[in-house]
Design a protein around this ligand. Structure first.
Ligand code: TXA
Ligand code: MG
Length: 345
């Protein structure tokens, strides 16, 4: 089906905002709406309606083995989606919800198989964005929402990014302004003996460890998964966040990087560097923000990857922050955008 896709702001008193109520009607009727969250924009549908959720996979071109996150607005919506809420999960929810943390729990049969991609587990998150929360409440249903990009493209952090990817494919995009966090939520597997981070985000392993005492990092965060082997989070197997340009992560002292980049000058060759490095970068460059501010890098990263495409970049050398705090999430997205190609000089 083809639509004239509308992009509408949500203004004033959220609970009664006409555009928000319209989005709620579309969702209740089994339709799709792109919505703002504090991490990235989501492509939402009724999580309990298999047919509605199937449209998400069709529209995004998403592989059927990649499960969706179910979004809720209140704590009492959690239990019916899961096979049980442990004391540890309650503790996490109290500390980090609403916010950029997704927990993987034993699933209940209320969540269609398709949403769980056939797994026994379900991923749930309570977003903090006021528009997302008001919408879930107004619709009165939990919302399945992957990032609102076409599969393989960088996640959208503005309504304009959603329009770029989804124009004609869905009836409505709610504009809630640019996303504050900029990278997708932390995905934490709570079904094993030790909580395990499957995808790093703004809720860092340090923060989770401080709450639960113990936390593991899934090996797939750092390394290219075996295409045939098992993975804890199916999303880790697929190519992600890729601009059209080939991306290479560039590590080393800036002085050495400069010599390296000087020799790489050429048509369509760009650099993605820290703000301090823009002044003497030998290549045309976009800035990730000050080197020490990983939150700033997270906020702009996906928009920059899209901008490099617009500029016609063919090859991009990207600097990557250290792995402390949110830096882990940023470096994880960058190494994936680079298809695990890195050069150390
Ligand atoms: O911040 C976010 O999480 C955004 C916003 C819209 O909420 N959503 C998002 O969804 O990033 P998506 O579909 O792009 O990423 C969901 C990730 C995938 O890596 C998927 O494999 C993983 O969560 N996931 C979902 N259900 C899972 C499950 N039952 N077990 C393991 N991983 C799961
Ligand atoms: Mg995604």
């Amino acid at each position: 089906m083809s639509y004239p896709t509308e992009v509408l702001p949500v203004e004033g008193d959220l609970a009664g905002a006409p555009n928000l109520l319209r989005a709620a009607d579309i969702l209740r009727a089994g339709g799709l709406v792109a919505i703002p969250t504090e991490t990235v924009y989501g492509l939402a549908a009724n999580a309990l309606d298999e047919k509605a959720a199937r449209r998400i996979f069709e529209v995004k071109g998403r592989p059927a083995d990649n499960p969706l996150i179910v979004h809720i607005a209140e704590m009492d919506e959690l239990a019916p989606l899961t096979g049980g809420v442990s004391a540890q999960v309650s503790k996490l929810a109290q500390r980090f919800w609403p916010g950029p943390l997704t927990v993987v729990l034993p699933g209940s049969s209320a969540v269609p198989n398709l949403v769980r991609a056939g797994l026994e587990t379900v991923a749930v998150r309570m977003p903090a964005h006021p528009v997302a929360r008001a919408l879930i409440k107004a619709a009165g249903i939990p919302l399945a929402a992957p990032s609102a990009n076409l599969s393989g493209k960088p996640s959208p952090t503005t309504a304009a990014h959603c329009f770029e990817d989804l124009n004609g494919l869905i009836p409505l995009i709610l504009d809630g302004g640019p996303c504050g966090v900029g990278v997708e939520s932390t995905v934490l597997d709570m079904t094993g003996n030790i909580p395990s981070v499957l995808r790093p985000g703004a809720v860092t392993p340090e923060m989770i460890g401080a709450e639960l005492g113990e936390v593991a990092l899934d090996p797939a965060i750092y390394s290219e998964p075996d295409p045939l082997g098992p993975v804890a989070s199916p999303g880790m197997r697929h190519t992600h966040y890729s601009p059209k340009a080939k991306v290479v992560v560039l590590k080393g002292a800036w002085e050495s990087c400069k010599s390296f980049l000087s020799a790489e000058q050429g048509d369509g060759v760009w650099a993605l560097v820290f703000e301090e490095e823009t002044v003497d970068c030998p290549l045309p460059a976009l800035s990730l923000g000050p080197e020490r501010e990983s939150e700033a890098h997270a906020r702009v990263l996906f928009a920059l990857l899209r901008e490099l495409d617009e500029k016609g970049a063919k090859l991009v050398y990207a600097r990557s922050p250290g792995e402390a705090g949110v830096g882990l999430a940023v470096s994880n997205r960058l190494i994936r955008a680079a298809g695990f190609t890195e050069v150390t000089v």
